[in-house]
Design a protein around this ligand. Sequence first.
Ligand code: MTE
Ligand code: HPA
Ligand code: MOS
Length: 772
Amino acid sequence: MSEQKGTPRRKIRNVHATVTHDSARKHVSGTAFYVDDLPEPSNLLHCYIGTSESAHARITRMDLSAVKDHPGVIEVLTADDIPGNNDISPVHLHDEPVLAGKLVQFAGQALFAVLAETRAIARQAVLLAEIEYEELPAILDIQTALAEKSYVLDPHIMQRGDAHSAIANAPARLQGEVFTGGQEHFYLEGQVSMALPQEDGDMLILTSSQHPSEVQQLVAANLGKPENAVTVEVRRMGGAFGGKETQASQWAIIAALMAQASGRPVKLRLDRDDDMRSTGKRHDFLIRYDVGYDNEGHILGIEFTHALRCGISADLSGPIADRAMFHSDNAYFLPNITISSYRCKTNTVSNTAFRGFGGPQGMVGIERVIDAVAHQLGLDPLAVRQANLYDKTGERAITPYRMKIRDNVLHELIAELVESSDYEKRCRQVAAFNRESPVIKKGIALTPAKFGISFTTAFLNQAGALVHVYKDGSVHLNHGGTEMGQGLMTKIAQVVSEEFQIDLDRVRITATNTGKVPNASATAASSGTDMNGMAARAATRKIKKRLVKFASKKFGVDKSDIKFIDNHVQAGKHELSFAELVKHAWLGRISLSATGFYRTPKIHYDPKTSSGRPFLYFAYGAAVSEVEIDCLTGESRIARTDILYDAGKSLNPAIDIGQIEGGFVQGAGWLTSEEIWWDSKGKLGTHAPSTYKIPTCGDIPETFNVQLWAKGRNREKTIHRSKAIGEPPLMLAISVHSAINQAIASKLDGNSLPALNTPATPEAILNCLTKK
Ligand code: MTE
Ligand code: HPA
Ligand code: MOS
């Protein structure tokens, strides 16, 4: 029973603490369960897909009889066999089927599915299909799509002031373009789903998705069932990076259709090559600019044209194109600006979310403009960046979409980074080195990133949580967010355990499940912790409030005299363990379970006028990268990178530094080595690690200094004043690309900056060096 209060207790500090990722040991010891590691039901069947050979064609004959007759094959499914709406469109446009019917729109599009006793049999049987195509003209690149006005969504224009006149009247003017390549997500765990039929025709789906509730919705619609007949569970993903925000559902649907047809559990796991061919990537962008500026490099007027490859359907291309527009200013005040955005429809796989969600592409545009202006004026690009930075308040702190920036920390943050990275001295050293070295050339660049936090689709900014306290005082934590390696589960457990003042290991992290928290948004837009942290804390506080009320009555003390501290509860001079109080409360018939809900405050946006406050706040960081290029081979390497990032009051510095390192290296891969290539028939050539080069440990900067900004604190009331971190660090890798271009420029000694596109592969670098 209750003891007298003894020695003073110390508050448990689980937030702002370096806590190990809950799965870290399981990841490295191979004991973390991914869908393909789960125990298989004894009657499990396996499914595989047959895909289109052609980029755009009418199917004149599809004979699947040999497939059906293959020993071990149980079922073959085509578009005609789908009871529901045969649609995977996440935005209700009905513009992309689960299985194509008579019309195929890209090479790699799923046409039919085979169910068999083993995965090997299913894959062998797929090869027996006889399909004849009547080829149709295919649009395979952005330029052709633009010329033919082939769009998945209408073009959109955002503007402020009169860019046209400002450019015309400016002392100097530059025009140019930069192309940013696509990017394959290359999550280590590929797309996979297991569908398990339940009683009454219900379906349980175990999948690798950032968006279980959308999988639930789309599986239900395709099975022709209500959403309450489908439950989706995700314990973790082996990486997602946006690639499983919408594009896990197709495979879950096919597995579910097969499970429904056969009445047996079905697993579908894509082979890496098919995963690369049949799922979308980062959008490549063609960015054109026309800029007017003064002699100090102030940008007076600018026009951007964005044209992005969306592939065959809208998927998330609308909000991605929007986010690119929202970030075409990056950190700079652009008084007169017009941004036109063309969402191109091509006969290639439908592109999708990828870390940064269009933001990185938008930022590459403006960072190139700044570099080009600086080069033209013979100024240090950093000086031009600083001259154009948003002010902290006033007229020059308002974005093109009329959002007032209230939290600009870049002036201070950049100044600190310049100091800590020894930027100025190293610029001189780089110049001196380049004067002496004809073959190896160095470059150095500092680029900032300002990234808007919130889903730009306002209604997605909501989250739910479910917390149970069991009789022994152990806690079961559930929320709508999903774990993809980013440490979300650990951070939310930190929040809940701190709130209850119990040890972290008393809080059990559980799989995300649509039956526990309904209608959740995707874990995306870097807002997983911001939103689910608040929802989980709200649920925790509800239970705490009930416990306080109960204890106040039981011990006859005022509610304000009840304290949760160090696994104990103090009620006046009484003290008992958290578990004891919980036990009493249970005996006293107090509910020990609660839901929590959160909606992001203050945000609003009107797409018609392109104005409002789409973001609750901005995340900021800056990086200095120093690179070397070999002018004979075109190879490059990152000698050193220094990063300073504002994570607010970081919930978990170790996890946050991991996110910065990973995000930066992923960005460097996008900008230097990861090249997506289709042949003239629209077939993906780069469909395996043999032809698609992601960074390896040898590609990380030789010296890599990553710091969280010590003064960081979110001025908005986010969870423990932390700031989002998932995506923004990727954009700090623009410093690498910019530095490579500086290195090339130092060799060329020309008047204009080289037109280096992304990725800066050895081939691209050599092309710049030899073209002039
Ligand atoms: N980190 C790891 N390890 N694996 C991932 O798949 N995805 C990124 C980022 N960091 C990802 C990751 C992307 S695209 C987003 S939007 C955020 O994590 C999502 O998680 P959060 O909102 O909890 O930060
Ligand atoms: N980010 C990520 N995913 C999204 C967004 C966004 O801004 N909007 C809709 N889905
Ligand atoms: Mo991240 S691209 O918002 O999943």
